[in-house]
Structure formats: C-alpha cells, structure tokens
Write a protein that binds this ligand. Structure first.
Ligand code: FPP
Length: 588
C-alpha cells in the first residue's frame, strides 16, 4: 500500500513501532481504524510526539530545546514542498500529507506552541489551561478528521456537539497530565492550573517536594473525578458513522481505565506512570475490535490514492495559503477617513473605559440595558475605526469585578449582550483577533466557553487584537499575580530576593498584553477605576464628556491624534530615546 520505496516503508514502520512502544493504548486505538488509514495515523502520532520529546529533552537548555522544535518545524515546511525528508518521521508525514491531500498548515500554531512549552508553562485558571490544551490537541484531531473525510468516511460532528468534543479532549489532556505527573515533576513541571492547586492547600508544595500527603491525595481524587466527567460525553458519537464512533467510545473507555489506574496508584503516582492492568484493557478492546470490524466491513475504505507530484504538495507554512482574504471594514456613514498617523507616533495599545451607558439610557427615557445595547453598537464602530487607522491592540472594559454590585437584572443583561456579540461575531470577515481577560470562576460557564472558543477561532489573525475585559479587576489581577509568584517561590523555583518587575510581568494572567499607551474614558468621569493598573502605569490619559453610546470611530481617531502630540518621557528628563527630538513638548 505504501509502495516499493524501502526508505518510506521503513519510515512508516518506525512511526508504527514508536507508537506501539511509547503509547500502547494509542496504538490499540489505531488498530481499530481501517488498515488503509493506519500508516497515516502512525505518522501523525509520531510527529506530534517527536516534537513533544524535543521540547522535553532535559539534557538541553530550554532555549536549545525550543530552537530544536523550531528547526524541526522549519525542516518540515521545506520538505513539504520537496516531497521527501532525510528524517524518517517527517518522511512519513510528508508522504501522508501528499497521499491524502492533508493541509498541514492547521498544525502550525499547535507545533510552534510546543517551542513555547519548552520554557515551562503556568496556568492561573482552568480557562487558560483549557485554551492551551485545546490549542495543542484539537488541530491534530482535526487532521485525523480530515483524513477520514478524504477516505470517504465523513466524521460528521454537529456544531452543537463541538463543546462536548472539546470537553472530551480536556479530559484526555487531564488524564495524560496525571499519568505523566512523576516524569513532569522530576523535570520541575507542574501542568495544572493554580485554581485547581489552590483547592487543596499545601498540595503544590508537597507535589514539588515529591511528597505524598492528604492534600495531594485530595487533589488527585478531585482531578480524576473531573477527568471522568469530561471524558464521559455520551452525546458525542450520536448519529456518527459507527467506525469513528467505535474508536471514540473505545478511547473514552481507555481514558476512564487510565484515570482509575491514576486513582489506584496512591504514592506510587509520584514515582512512575500508572497503567491499567493488561486484562482490563484487553476486556475493553475485545468488543471494540469486533464492533470496528463490523463497521468497516459495511464501509470499506480503499487504499490511499497515488502520491501527487511534489510541486502541488500542501505546505505547513506560510499560513497565507489558507488564510482567508479579509474584508476591509465598512467606512463610517459620514464618509470620513482616518487621519494619517506617522508610524512612530502611533500608539500600540489603546484601552477604553466605556462609561455612560446608563446615563445615556436615562436621557432617552429607556431602561439601563438599552444603554448597554447601544454601547455594543458603538463598540462595533470603534473596532472598525481601529482597523482603519492601523491600531494593533484595543482593550475594552466591558464588565468589572465591581459590577456584580449592580442589580442582577442589569448584570444579566450585560452578560447576555456579551454572549450575543461573541456568538454573532460581527468581525468574522475582518482581520480581528479576539481575546478576553478576567476571572473565569464566577462567570457563567457557557459564556466562558464562548469567549474561549472565539479566542481560539481567531488566534491566527494578525491585524487588530481586541481584548474584552470581563469580570476584570486590576487589584484582583495584581493579587492573583502575587499569588502566582508566591507559589513559585514556595516551590523553590524562584528566589523571593531576586523578584523584579520582569518576573511580575511574566506572572500576569495575560503576560503578552503590551503596556497601554493611551487610556481613554468616556462619560465625563476622570478616574481609571481599577482598569489595567500594571499595564497602564505610564499610559497617557484621555477623558471625554460623551456617553459611550454617542461615541463612534471618529472619537477614537481624535483620541489617537491628540495622543500624537503628547510627549512621553517614562520618567526620563528629555524626550524618550525612541521619540524624535522635534516632538512638540508639553508637560510630563
Ligand atoms: C459603563 O457604563 C458600561 C458598562 C458597565 C458596560 C459596558 C458594556 C458594553 C458597552 C456592552 C458591550 C460590550 C462589548 C465589548 C460587546 P455605566 O452603566 O456605568 O454608565 P453610567 O455611569 O451612566 O451608569
């Protein structure tokens, strides 16, 4: 089926043997798919694990490990256009991509994130953990789905089941992390969110010291319980072709057995990877094999098509091969165009306190929630204006930790509006990357899932980043960051005497958010109200009298134009080094 090329046959054999040796459960699952598809599955599995191993190899420094991952990806990118590789895993993957016409560009982000993993990861809460885990796993599963599609077995997944599917993958990721706990801890990694660790005080410290304690036992029991809930998604396979449905059901059974093994391991969990007994897995797999054989006998999958010539091979990168052509934002109804701002004068990050919705509603004799609805329309226009003027980051204060003090009817209306705007997503055709920032814990789970989903679906966009702050409070963010630093210090991985500003910045829940250049508040109030106190420490302040619903993109352009006349010194005596000496000079 692979043809007569001995090097290619041996490349696929190597992928198969690596899968069988490193992950017997995964190997057994691949045995449930038709023979024609197995080599492609081995190649995908071996590729994902090869780059994980490169990132984990502690004989090298973190920088070197990250560089090795990037070199591996770069080589793959080149080889996808030449059609072959000297490396056996990539050789099999390149062949798989060509044979099944898979577009591997969807893997680019997941693979490059592994290079970031090499430097270690910390998660403040489940939301951040989920975003990381899903970003890492989903694209590989999407390739397998595409593979089935190409083979004529569409793995139809109803859109309303997407959330169960992603939860299922969360369960898989959690089971993996618990299984690999001893290996990760030996390398100084703990891939669990602080939110989970904090439930069992002392557990993180004990884990880091490889000490089994009641706190650790409580944490493991809690996590295995969560894992079981996530893995159990009975609606997931309803209506699906019986072949892939059998594979997914067997995967769920194996994960449940794996979680049982984690639970049963006790203190041994900190010394070695627990595995379910062979008899247990054999009992689970025997009926799955029978069901899979029957399912595939009803839908035979033909041998893969012939290899296509190299010049037509899909590339893993650059992404523009797949990136949709984005629309330009619609112009403002007045026809007004954005002012030209010299690039060196353009702020990178504008943050907005959208104040005055309630007063706007009152002035129009409307209930407060109508003010927020009108505010959402203003948001759309301002985002269009931000794109037109070429702004890189726009951050909007939509709901603060203090807003819970309002009437539940009003808070409910604001959260509903956020749901609607996130679901409808008016910026679909525009180059807008959506992110959100705030505490997930006391927000409705469906809203958190929607915000996370929108973040994932737009994460590869490179134009304007719009960050919506929901259930956000600046002091809360600072307290959480301090807690993250304290945890790291307690675990012995950070010396408290050496903590500096950079350490603090790196432990913020959104460490990659740039400093705010311009903080703009509407609604005739002159306060910053607990909004981004760390990031806006040196921001230029801009206060305007209009209520937010009366604002449009032209107000943003005016705010930016005015900003270009400010002289920013960041505490220095003269002009800041990056600013031209001819800049108009105003007070510091
Ligand atoms: C402050 O005005 C505004 C809010 C608390 C909510 C802001 C929310 C939106 C504009 C809704 C949509 C947002 C997005 C990102 C789609 P206020 O109610 O405090 O006004 P007041 O000071 O006049 O009472």
């Amino acid at each position: 089926m692979i043809g007569d090329d001995p090097a290619l046959r041996s490349a696929y054999r190597l992928c198969r043997d690596r899968t069988r040796r490193q992950d017997p459960a995964e190997y057994a699952l691949i045995q449930l798919v038709p023979v024609a598809l197995r080599p492609a599955c081995w190649a995908l599995w071996a590729a994902a694990n090869t780059i994980d191993d490169l990132a984990d190899d502690r004989t090298a420094s973190a920088g070197e490990r990250a560089a090795r991952v990037r070199r591996w990806i770069d080589a793959l990118e080149r080889e996808l256009t030449t059609g072959t590789s000297p490396d056996p895993v990539r050789r099999a993957l390149v062949d798989t991509a060509a044979r099944w016409r898979l577009d591997l560009s969807g893997l680019h982000h997941a693979m490059t994130e592994v290079a970031v993993d090499a430097h270690g990861r910390r998660f403040a809460d489940w939301s951040g953990w989920r975003a990381w885990g899903r970003g890492n796993l989903l694209p590989w599963f999407e390739q397998v789905r595409d593979l089935f599609d190409r083979a004529g077995v569409p793995v139809a997944l109803r859109l309303d089941r997407q959330e169960s599917y992603e939860r299922f993958l969360d369960g898989m990721r959690l089971a993996d992390i618990l299984t690999d706990l001893s290996a990760d801890l030996a390398q100084g990694d703990l891939l669990l969110p602080a939110e989970a660790l904090d439930r069992c005080p002392g557990a993180e410290e004990d884990l880091t010291a490889l000490r089994w304690s009641p706190a650790v036992a409580g944490l493991v029991a809690h996590l295995t319980d969560l894992g079981r809930q996530w893995v159990t998604q009975p609606s997931l396979t309803r209506g699906m072709h019986p072949g892939p449905a059998t594979v997914l059901a067997a995967m769920a059974d194996l994960l449940l057995a794996q979680l049982d093994a984690v639970d049963a391991a006790g203190p041994a969990l900190l010394r070695a990877r627990p595995r379910p007994a062979l008899l247990t897995t054999a009992r689970l797999l025997a009926p799955a094999r029978a069901r899979a054989a029957l399912a595939w006998s009803l839908t035979p999958v033909p041998a893969p098509p012939a290899r296509r010539p190299a010049p037509h091979l899909p590339a893993v990168h650059p992404r523009p091969l797949r990136r949709p052509a984005f629309r330009s934002p619609p112009p403002h109804p007045s026809g007004e165009r954005p002012p030209r701002i010299p690039v060196e004068r353009m702020p990178t990050h504008v943050a907005v306190i959208m104040d005055g919705n309630g007063r706007w509603a009152q002035r129009h004799g409307l209930p407060r929630h109508e003010g927020h609805r009108a505010g959402a329309a203003a948001v759309r226009d301002v985002v269009h204006g931000a794109l037109e003027i070429g702004l890189r980051h726009l951050t909007l204060y939509a709901f603060s930790t203090e807003n819970w003090k309002r009437d539940p009817e009003e808070t409910g209306a604001i959260l509903d509006l956020l749901r609607q705007e996130t679901r409808a997503y008016p910026f679909e055709d525009l180059d807008v990357r959506m992110r959100w920032h705030g505490r997930a814990d006391n927000l409705p789970q469906d809203l958190v899932d929607l915000l996370d989903m929108r973040e994932r679906s737009t994460r590869d966009r490179t134009g304007l980043t719009v960050t919506t702050c929901v259930n956000y409070g600046g002091r809360d963010e600072i307290a959480r960051t301090a807690a993250a630093l304290a945890r790291r210090a307690r675990s012995g991985r950070l010396d408290p005497d050496l903590i500096g500003e950079q350490d603090f910045a790196e432990h913020l829940p959104r460490p990659d958010m740039p400093d705010v250049d311009l903080l703009w508040r509407t609604g005739n109030e002159q306060r910053t109200s607990n909004f981004l106190p760390w990031q806006a420490a040196y921001a230029e302040l801009h206060f305007t009298p209009d209520h937010w619903p009366d604002v449009d993109r032209r107000d943003l352009w005016r705010a930016i134009t005015e900003y270009t006349h400010r002289q920013r010194r960041h505490g220095a005596a003269g002009p800041a080094p990056h600013e031209p000496a001819t800049a108009p000079r105003e007070g510091a």
